[in-house]
Design a protein around this ligand. Structure first.
Ligand SMILES: [Zn+2]
Ligand SMILES: [Zn+2]
Length: 325
């Protein structure tokens, strides 16, 4: 059992630790000894985030050029999406996906151990996974994706939540950049949600950021403006651009939506919300303010906030009506 734990630990952490230690030595030789560990961890994860973004851009641009689905005579500006994507990868992602996750995980495990409870994890539930680190990674990935499915589905259920989520749906020229369109409040909810699940299922601190990057990568490609087909089976294994475009269809904005998954369509299939074979081209949300589509980053965020308040108010009013009836 101890050997298994060491094995899993070594697979996931040795490579990362090596690179982080090299960065730390570099910083120390440059006279930056204080905080050099934290700075090198930050540099490493920000570097991974930027690398993932570069791969997404390269692949996204290529498939949109190779097999485009549609074209527009006048393109909406993606400046807000690009700016936010860079901010997320270099600031928010290392801060939350590594530092905050690690801090909370340590606190949670110390609390459980203080009460003589061994922290639960997938590997302790299924010890065989310790010898199959790739399988353990995939299992953690699938569980986080399941958590994200329910978070996304609920965000379409509650008016106030859809108000901020609708910033993501407002884009009427969906491309791989559209995955970056998100309200800061929604990102905060997403991180809290995924961190809580990650900590509860015992995801190692060095693994969590990579799981998040994998979700982002598949999510980016799923937003691409391309007619690339994954085939009957492929569409049921991994979420395709066609599958996710159905979620973004004009008629599917709000409560009547389907295809809520981020990376795996399995949860939509299991919970009866999957719709395959749809040929959606036009995307958007007719109820969104114009600035939510083509405004600056600040205007989009403010419009999302306003819509959240409006829909929350409307939700309260309809509840009062229902109670009165
Ligand atoms: Zn949605
Ligand atoms: Zn989307």
């Amino acid at each position: 059992m101890v050997l298994s734990a060491i094995h899993t630990q070594s697979i996931g952490a040795i490579g990362v630790d090596c690179i982080v230690s090299s960065l730390q030595s570099l910083l120390e030789s440059a006279g930056l000894k204080q905080y050099s560990r934290a700075a090198s961890l930050w540099l490493f994860f920000a570097g991974c985030g930027v690398l993932e973004l570069c791969i997404s851009i390269t692949l996204g641009k290529f498939i949109e050029w190779w097999r485009p689905l549609t074209s527009w005579t006048r393109r909406n500006s993606v400046a807000a999406d690009v700016t936010y994507a860079i901010f997320v990868r270099t600031v928010l992602f290392p801060l939350v996906a590594y530092f905050e996750f690690d801090w909370l995980r340590r606190g949670y495990e110390a609390f459980l151990l203080g009460h003589s409870i061994h922290p639960p994890s997938l590997v302790s539930l299924f010890p065989g996974l310790a010898w199959w680190p790739a399988l353990a990674f995939l299992a953690n990935f699938a569980l986080l994706d399941l958590a994200d499915y329910w978070k996304h589905r609920l965000s379409h259920r509650y008016g106030w939540w859809y108000g901020i989520h609708s910033l993501h749906h407002a884009e009427d020229q969906m491309t791989f950049w559209s995955d970056e369109r998100s309200h800061v409040l929604e990102d905060a909810i997403t991180y809290v949600w995924l961190i809580a699940v990650g900590v509860a299922i015992g995801v190692p601190s060095f693994q969590f950021p990579f799981l998040i990057l994998c979700l982002r990568f598949v999510g980016s490609l799923a937003h691409s403006n391309t007619r690339i087909d994954y085939g009957w089976l492929g569409e049921r294994i991994l979420i395709s651009p066609r599958f996710h475009r159905t979620h973004h269809a004009l008629k599917a904005a709000g409560r009547r939506s389907c295809n809520f998954g981020t990376a795996l369509p399995w949860w939509d299939m299991a919970f009866g919300t999957a719709r395959f074979g749809d040929n959606t081209i036009e995307t958007g949300d007719a109820g969104a303010e114009v600035v939510m589509v083509s405004g600056s980053w600040g205007q989009q965020q403010a419009a999302g906030f306003r819509r959240m308040l409006r829909l929350a108010h409307r939700g309260r009013k309809s509840k009062v009506v229902r109670t009165a009836q």
